[in-house]
Design a protein around this ligand. Structure first.
Ligand code: FES
Length: 124
């Protein structure tokens, strides 16, 4: 007799990403379905949100800073490297994450883009 196959919880293949309006990057806001497991920065770029990513997405610049206004509980917590980079981000708050470090997961993520990136903040 074959052993019973364990029943795993269904794995969600997509996550609804809602991006709040940002005057330069996304004036009307946007929504899209992102593939679970992909970097949030890649999904944003592929869906027309030209977020900065000066270090080419290797957690070394903090220009891809975002605020996860909802859904953060579904994604893995920031590690020490990300926390160190976030210290340099403009407009840091308790919901700050680096979009190149966040792997999309969960039913929905609500993303707010900071008014300025770290690079722009130097000019203001
Ligand atoms: S792109 Fe540089 S830290 Fe995310």
């Amino acid at each position: 007799m074959k052993p019973a196959t364990p029943t795993a919880a269904p794995v969600r293949a997509t996550t609804r990403v809602k991006v709040l309006p940002h005057p330069d990057l996304c004036p009307a806001g946007t929504e899209f379905d992102a593939k679970a497991g992909r970097k949030l920065v890649d999904e944003l770029l592929e869906h027309g949100v030209a977020i900065e990513h000066a270090c080419e997405k290797v957690c070394a610049c903090a220009t891809c800073h975002v605020h996860l206004r909802s859904g953060a509980e579904f994604v893995a917590a920031a590690d020490e490297e990300e926390e160190d980079q976030l210290d340099d981000a403009w407009g840091l708050d308790a919901q700050s994450r680096l979009a190149c470090c966040v792997k999309v997961k969960g039913p929905e993520l609500v993303v707010e883009l900071p008014r300025y990136s770290k690079n722009h903040a130097r000019e203001h």
